[in-house]
Design a protein around this ligand. Structure first.
Ligand code: G3D
Length: 194
């Protein structure tokens, strides 16, 4: 990156584009989360089930995110892998109140982590333990145990408890993701400068 681009980035004149895959089982809250992250004038009031996938955009202080909101419905899940190469980061959403399907969520996560286009890449993964407002919801620590997140050693990951309806927990997660992406960019630049 040239000095002008860096300066423009620091001044907020130019935001780096990042492609993010938003994955998780159907009904976990992916579309609601992405919708809440968009500027308020771009948010939709009626969330309809995602067919296949949809592409959404939102910005943070230094990055411009293009999010591939992948449908979690069983029959579409095999579509996910065609977009893995595109992704520079992953948002994985879990319905913390859906204890019955936690095993299915874990299977999907394990399949994702073992996919050849994901396995050897140091992609940051942000987990949202969503629907924390529901009485049946288990804690983010418990979600992280049930998904065996401590076994993820080769990728930075972070889990945030969220209530997508109120928008709680979302900013903390996106701030973490932004830090991870900007840090890895600057370390790559340092390597190139050497
Ligand atoms: P998906 O994109 O993962 O399939 P959606 O999930 O974003 O379509 O959300 C599925 C349902 O869960 C929606 O309800 C949505 O309002 C609800 N939802 C999403 N996040 C939360 C949350 O944090 N708390 C609660 N209580 N509900 C949430 P409907 O009724 O429209 O199906």
């Amino acid at each position: 990156m040239g000095l002008f681009d860096k300066l423009a980035g620091w001044l907020g004149l130019k935001k780096k584009e990042v492609h993010v895959l938003c994955l998780g089982l159907d009904n976990s809250g992916k579309t609601t989360i992405i919708n809440k992250l968009k500027p308020s004038n771009a948010q939709t009031q009626d969330i309809v089930p995602t067919i296949g996938f949809s592409i959404e955009k939102f910005k943070t202080s230094s990055l411009s995110f293009t999010v591939f909101d992948m449908s979690g419905q069983g029959r579409y899940r095999n579509l996910w892998e065609h977009y893995y190469k595109e992704g520079q980061a992953i948002i994985f959403v879990i319905d913390s109140s859906d204890k019955l399907r936690m095993v299915v969520a874990k299977e999907e996560l394990d399949t994702l982590l073992n996919h050849p286009d994901i396995k050897h890449r140091r992609l940051p993964i942000l987990f949202f333990a969503n629907k924390m407002d529901l009485r049946d919801a288990i804690s983010s620590v418990k979600v992280s145990q049930l998904l065996s997140l401590e076994n993820i050693k080769d990728k930075p990951w972070h889990i945030c408890a969220s209530d997508a309806l109120k928008g709680e927990g979302l900013q903390e997660g996106v701030d973490w993701l932004q830090d991870q992406i900007t840090q890895s960019d600057s370390s790559n630049e340092d390597m190139r400068d050497k």
